[in-house]
Write a protein that binds this ligand. Sequence first.
Ligand code: PMP
Length: 287
Amino acid sequence: MELGFFDGEFISMEERRVQLEDRGYQFGDGIYEATHVYNGKCFALDRHLARCRRSLRELRIPITYMDEELIAIHEDLIKKSGIKNGVIYFQITRGVAKRSHAFPESVVPLLSMTIRESKTNTKWQAEGISCTLFEDIRWLRCDIKTLNLLGNVLAKQASHDKNLQGTIQYRKDTNLITEGSSSNFFVVKDGVIWTHPISNLILKGVTRSILVEEIIPKLGYTLVEKAFSPEFARYADEAFATSTSLEVTPVVSLDGTTIGDGKPGEITKALLASYHELVKKECGALS
Ligand code: PMP
């Protein structure tokens, strides 16, 4: 059963509770996180909470929830909803105040959450996905996980319009790929794994961090955190996208060019298998 949490209470998804002058609603003035639930347990929640704190700090939204409280609400949502495999979304907005751009005084940030059933697309993982390229038109603080997602929404729609599964964005001024519309992006060339470095131009994905800090060193692959062009990506041997929901999903075609032999690559498959091992270790099972 889907379930929501709003302003301190568990509520049904149908309940109408949005406050008209919530700054999240009017300005996109807030942050969010989405965490994968496997076997009734949140995966990598500590990393999501650390990123949430960073996003709040960068937007100068005060922290009014302890990690322990947020963890407890995540656990309650899982228990009350009965959902074993799904996604917990949470957002914190700057709060409710008379509409005016500058920060309001004496408002308390507002937390809302939802839990929904969802399953990783194992067909995509087995066969790979085809992606379109789209100019990255987002603002220059893509490192903050804010509610302002219009650039990402337009990017994602570009692949929907073409009946493709994903969108990879590139900056026109540099002709360099940044990331997917809601994923990080990697290529493999001559056995070396490439991905955009951490900067203001990409989100530091939790999945990306797990790969870069834990899995790639463990498997002994070489990684370069360096931006690359769409042409370089097209002629890579392998490519893949990472996110909380995609995990590690092979990309087998980019803007009409087949990548490698058009099948998920060996390094991509090894990274996904290792990611699944980590999930099993932390959550007990994959589903
Ligand atoms: N980049 C963007 C723009 C995203 O929206 C996401 C998904 N939240 C990611 C990367 C991947 O992040 P994560 O691995 O934490 O899901």
